[in-house]
Design a protein around this ligand. Structure first.
Ligand code: ATP
Length: 463
């Protein structure tokens, strides 16, 4: 553990391992290999109906916390293909590279830094190919940006890069957004969306992929107030994860050592999650950096545009400092899945203990909030069950499911994290009431259909 890592008071308590999560995701169609009928495609993954909802909920909740509930942050949705000089100014063309070595025997490429880390060394001396023990070449830098061409002619003049992060648009559009929205420093610009990195070693399911989604915010502050704002955002971001259900002992804050800091950063802190038994262990969910005025000055130098902020009260122009909480939406989705996974002993209808798998997701993240389950498929129940479904679906993502036994349907809903199941039975035809089952306590309440929406609204947080 680095001396800058906070001491943990309690051991991590993650109950799932990676194969279990991958299997659950595949079984329920949450996340599965991309282009599977062609054998999958290079660690790319598709999000099925439930995975799409889950990931959208993660992003929605980030947006709500970072933009909707804050008076000092606004949103942006910028183009993925930006002017190529953006990447010259940002340093990505020059610095965004991993050192690679190649085996002279089997020609496999390896990350030099990973090989040294695994061998517990700071040099490559004596290290051979982990695949075939062949000799390795000297390291060469490999740029992680995906290159393509804008327009029909594939020459260098038309070369463009798929954005490797969402952040740069916030610097490039900084003054336009500040002026058109009459914003005063301190303020932030937030963006979420796809980013692309030609990672040498993608893997660990959706932890590291070449196409992924980020949630980033650039918060512009007066120089001198940057250190306090940095701490403010570290605390806020940690709270975001714990308020959405990640157990505190499974998160930690790690300070970057001096030699690890990016070229633009004055201080960086990572929020790490404990991914058990994969090759990851404690690994980054989000980086929170004090980027100083590096980016605005760099874009000013390359674009030739004055990017200073005009402070009307002090009648002066300056380059604000920037605090950046940069999170991965896809990586966070994986952490929420891990943390919600539980296997419990629970009594079945006759009171015998059975094991049940339950995703104890915060209801704001659950793909479905409600499942409407007619006790039987008989036509007599369908009209009333559909009436109940119609009442719920206009307010919450609701699933209607009438196949299989009720016990199996409850188990399925537990496994996908649905907080409430509403059962319509034959008594419902007489008393116009339904049974509502709570996912976590498994308590069942009989509630009049007239009161159903109110009952659920009291228990389902706004999202
Ligand atoms: P890492 O050290 O894991 O490569 P990074 O420090 O390069 O990550 P940042 O540039 O700080 O990552 O990006 C911010 C966030 O974006 C990361 O904390 C992570 O959650 C997410 N992220 C970055 N690269 C990937 C990837 N290849 N796949 C999935 N998520 C990613």
């Amino acid at each position: 553990m680095s001396e800058h890592t906070e001491p943990t008071t309690q051991a991590p308590t993650v109950e799932a391992d990676l194969p279990t999560i991958v299997e659950l995701c595949k079984k329920r169609g949450i996340i599965f290999p991309s282009s599977e009928i062609y054998g999958g495609f290079r660690s790319q993954w598709d999000y099925g109906p439930l995975g799409t909802e889950l990931k959208e909920n993660v992003k929605r909740h980030w947006w709500r916390t970072m933009v909707q509930l804050r008076e000092d942050v606004v949103g942006l949705d910028a183009a993925i293909l930006m002017h190529p000089r953006v990447w010259e100014a940002s340093g990505h063309l020059e610095n965004f590279a991993d050192p690679l070595v190649e085996c002279v025997e089997c020609h496999k490429r390896w990350r030099a830094d990973h090989l040294m880390e695994d061998a517990g060394q700071t040099t490559l001396e004596g290290i051979t190919c982990p695949g075939c023990s062949g000799e390795l070449t000297d390291p060469k830098n490999f740029n992680l940006m995906f290159k393509t061409f804008s327009g029909p002619v594939e020459d260098e003049g038309n070369a463009v890069w798929m954005r490797p992060e969402t952040a740069q648009a916030m610097f490039v559009d900084f003054l336009t957004i500040q002026r058109t929205n009459r914003l005063k420093v301190p303020f932030g610009i937030a963006q979420l969306g796809k980013s692309f990195r030609n990672e040498i070693t993608p893997g660990n399911f959706v932890f590291r992929t070449r196409e992924f989604e980020q949630m980033e915010m650039e918060f512009f502050v007066e120089p001198g107030s940057d250190e306090d704002w940095h701490q403010f955002w570290i605390d806020e971001r940690l709270r975001w994860y714990t308020e959405l259900g990640i157990r505190r002992e499974n998160l930690r804050i790690r300070e970057h050592d001096e030699d690890e800091l990016s070229h633009y950063a004055k201080r960086t802190v990572d929020v790490e999650y404990y991914f058990p038994d994969s090759s990851l262990g404690w690994a980054e969910l989000e980086g929170i950096a004090n980027r100083t005025d590096f980016d605005l000055k760099a874009h000013e130098a390359v674009s030739g545009q004055d990017l200073r902020y005009y402070d009307q009260v002090a009648d002066e122009r300056y380059h604000p400092y920037v605090i950046e909480p940069a999170a991965g939406a896809t990586r966070a989705t994986l952490a929420f899945l891990y943390d919600a996974y539980r296997v419990e002993e629970a009594p079945d209808a006759d009171g015998t203990l059975q094991s049940r798998t339950v995703l104890k997701l915060d209801p704001r993240l659950s793909p479905y909030k409600v499942a409407v389950l007619p006790l039987s498929k008989k036509d007599t129940l369908t009209p009333l069950a559909k009436e109940v479904y119609d009442l719920c679906k206009v307010r919450w993502m609701t699933e209607y499911d009438e196949t299989q036994s009720i016990g199996r349907r409850y188990r399925r809903q537990d496994e996908i994290g649905t907080p409430f199941c509403v059962t319509v039975d034959f008594d419902s035809l007489e008393d116009r009431a339904v049974t509502i089952r709570d996912r976590d306590s498994m308590r069942q309440d009989r509630v009049a259909i007239d009161r159903l929406v109110g009952y659920l609204a009291e228990r389902l947080p706004v999202c």
